[in-house]
Write a protein that binds this ligand. Structure first.
Ligand code: ADP
Ligand code: 5GP
Length: 202
């Protein structure tokens, strides 16, 4: 039985990466599609774990060869989801999370042909978003400014998503995210761990 495709978007700095790490530690049967990105790795990020870090030339070649399920230019860099990676995981029965921006989400909605559901994660306030972006300590002032500007545009797309979570406290936001994924599993006749349900024989 194929897994679910789960689109998750959030303004940069909301805490999506932190939330997903906690989710993966707590829930079985769910995985993450590692995107290709042309930005430089942040300290601590690893190629093939956080992203496949590629140069623009490689990215363009993959785009021309139609290897992406979706792709977009986000905050000045290119990001894309590999079709092959997603279908391999779905075929294994795993739920696959696409951590993608609002432009990519629109492409999946309009044209991928895959069944999906989508979740928007919002920060509790603009002030807290700025605090988190600054507190992360990984981006220059200029990058933070660009990301904050873009977040105002991104949040306008929140009504297009099936679910919305405010990442106020991490524990509560993770619980809600886990509950949504488990509820969707029940809809596709799978148990809380994502395995097919078998009914008692009549
Ligand atoms: P994103 O992946 O959405 O860009 P990160 O996961 O890198 O964001 O989180 C940005 C910063 O906010 C990090 O320093 C992280 O530790 C912090 N953070 C994440 N979630 C919360 C939360 N619920 N409360 C307070 N700080 C948080
Ligand atoms: P970051 O540089 O902070 O890791 O990610 C910046 C933004 O790019 C985030 O909104 C993230 O969701 C988005 N992103 C990451 N990978 C992809 C992808 O493959 N496609 C699209 N469209 N956006 C992505």
């Amino acid at each position: 039985m194929k897994g679910n495709l789960i689109i998750i978007s959030a303004p940069s700095g909301t805490g999506k990466t932190t939330l997903l790490k906690k989710l993966f530690a707590e829930l079985k049967g769910v995985t993450f599609s590692i995107s290709h990105a042309t930005r430089n790795p942040r300290s601590g990020e690893q190629n093939g774990v956080d992203y496949y870090f590629v140069d623009q030339e490689t990215f363009k070649k993959m785009r021309t060869n139609n290897e992406f399920l979706e792709w977009a230019k986000v905050h000045g860099n290119y990001y894309g989801t590999s079709k092959k990676e997603v279908s391999r995981h779905l075929a294994q029965g795993l739920d696959v999370i696409l951590d993608i921006d609002v432009q990519g989400a629109r492409q999946v909605r309009e044209s991928s042909g895959e069944k999906y559901f989508s979740i928007f994660i919002a920060p509790p306030s603009w002030e807290e978003l700025e605090r988190r972006l600054t507190g992360r300590g990984t981006d220059s002032d200029e990058t933070i400014k660009l990301r904050l500007q873009n977040s105002r545009l991104e949040i306008k797309e929140a009504p297009l998503y099936d679910y919305m979570i405010v990442n106020d406290t991490l524990d509560q936001a993770t619980n809600i995210l886990r509950s949504i994924i488990i509820a969707q599993r029940s809809r596709s006749r799978r148990d809380a761990e994502g395995l097919p349900l078998s009914l008692p024989q009549l």
